[in-house]
Write a protein that binds this ligand. Sequence first.
Ligand code: MC0
Length: 173
Amino acid sequence: MASAVLKVAAAGVSRCSRVALQRVHSTTAPLHQGVPASLWKLGRLNHIAIAVPDMEKATALYRDVLGATVSEKVPLPDHGVYTVFVELGNTKLELLHPLGEKSPISGFLEKNKSGGMHHICIEVDDINAAIADLKTKNIRMLSAEPRIGAHGKPVMFLHPKDCDGVLVELEEA
Ligand SMILES: C[C@@H](C(=O)O)C(=O)SCCNC(=O)CCNC(=O)[C@H](O)C(C)(C)COP(=O)(O)OP(=O)(O)OC[C@H]1O[C@@H](n2cnc3c(N)ncnc32)[C@H](O)[C@@H]1OP(=O)(O)O
């Protein structure tokens, strides 16, 4: 009889400690507990893009005045831009200047004559999973399919009106 009581008590203690452990776990668990884990993850900031009206002047600012290492100017006709990358150690700046008559940054430079921050680029581990998921959350994609971006990797732009006024580029890392 006494041993039966002890067994029941022991079972109770171990059940309590399991519950306690689960509670400790729940305070440190991700906020989306109960929601299936996402199939894709956001990564590091890849770059911040700045649209500039004068590429040579902007490149000289970062290279000669601010002392940064800058890349060559690269034309990307498929995207309608010239790019220069500025190395910052923890991330990069991408200087953008229009290329061709239908450049997607022409309208932006019309409105911002002296240039300005154009978009941010964040890495993702799986761009197709990100696109599929974000579409279900009513975030508009700015092209039908991912395109190959400045680093030779698939990219997708998200509509700035769906991202708090910021044009967001996702790049598969
Ligand atoms: C090589 C690659 C890479 O890094 O890998 C690149 O950088 S390519 C970089 C260039 N490529 C891209 O930007 C591709 C994605 N961008 C686009 O599809 C376009 O630029 C849009 C973002 C849709 C904007 O197009 P567009 O200027 O023709 O339209 P719009 O003037 O009517 O703009 C619609 C509304 O969005 C706002 N808007 C326009 N551009 C914006 C920007 N960069 N940031 C925040 N808001 C912006 C406008 O003020 C306007 O708001 P209101 O109605 O309130 O006035």
